[in-house]
Design a protein around this ligand. Structure first.
Ligand code: NAY
Length: 286
């Protein structure tokens, strides 16, 4: 069974502070949509706009509120020791895996990336899912993937790339490792080319559409799966200009307040986006 995880947004109160009381309804909604789990503290969770102690608090609070979802903790930071400390917190809180984006900004060498990921894998008992995101200059080369996937504690790759030929090559070389499709807009293509599941921002509010894509794909109904991917993509296009803030707007319209995305993101007038409110109404009636 291929697993789908929402890349959970972090709920903030009106003052922009993390509000754990808002998690209960949000997590319940993830479960109701049929998702398998949540990926906590990733890009969509605004992790890089939070302090390490806030990130620890988010990881712990989600585990405390968890209504029966699988939990993956994103622990990626530039500083190896911060990522290690977050991995320790996730392990103690009961997560099933950790995941980490490559350290950014300085342009680290492949040896440094390898050492970073090895250190995270050794920081806790949890399996580690490394994260490849070439669009932001954070792609993991095939050579680095080979070195990393030789580590039994590295269980797979969060593969946020449209290079599906490389995904196919990786999955055929490592059939027992797990590859998560990272771009919501190509979940169907990712499943077709070997992904074991998906992790996505817009799963927060249309997880049920992605669950239906998976069901149709697994049943061999390609044209219906493609139609549903189109339903998802029509919505993604509308929120894409600021996808985290847009996702939070849609969630609020659905009754789940999570505040806006933190600065430097700026609030937008989402109600002025042509067709967005009508598309949300359609989704709610779906
Ligand atoms: C994360 O860490 O929260 C994720 O990577 C979730 C996956 C998203 N990728 C990024 C880079 O944020 O859902 C996607 C993405 O928002 C979506 O496909 C739109 O491009």
């Amino acid at each position: 069974m291929r697993e789908l995880y929402s890349a959970l947004v972090t709920p903030y109160n009106a003052g922009g502070e993390f509000d754990p009381t808002l998690l209960e309804g949000l997590l319940k909604f993830q479960k109701e949509q049929g998702l398998d789990g949540v990926y906590v503290g990733g890009s969509s969770g605004e992790a890089v706009l939070q302090s390490v102690s806030e990130r620890q608090a988010v990881l712990k609070a989600v585990a405390e509120h968890n209504p029966g979802l699988k939990l993956i903790a994103h622990v990626g930071t530039v500083a190896t020791r911060d990522a290690q400390s977050l991995a320790e917190v996730a392990d103690r809180a009961g997560y099933s895996a950790v995941s980490a984006i490559s350290p950014f900004y300085y342009g680290f060498s492949e040896d440094e990336l390898f050492a970073h990921y090895t250190a995270i894998s050794e920081a806790s008992a949890l399996p580690l899912i490394v994260y490849s995101f070439p669009q932001k200059g954070l792609g993991l080369s095939r050579e680095l993937c080979d070195r990393l996937l030789a580590n039994p504690k590295i269980s797979g790759v969060k593969y946020t790339s449209a290079d599906l030929y490389m995904l196919d090559q990786l999955k055929r070389a490592y059939p027992n490792k797990i590859f998560f499709n990272g771009f919501d807009e190509i979940l169907l293509a990712g499943l077709t080319m070997g992904a074991d599941g998906g992790i996505g921002t817009t799963y927060n509010f249309m997880g049920d559409v992605f669950v239906a894509i998976r069901a149709e794909w697994e049943a061999g109904n390609q044209s219906e799966a493609l139609r549903l991917q189109g339903v998802a993509n029509d919505m993604i296009e509308r929120v894409y200009p600021s996808i985290i803030d847009g996702t939070k707007y849609v969630l609020a319209r659905m009754g789940h307040q999570t505040g806006g995305a933190r600065p430097p993101f700026q609030p937008r007038d989402w109600s002025a986006v042509p067709g967005l409110d009508a598309a949300i109404d359609n989704l709610m009636a779906w």
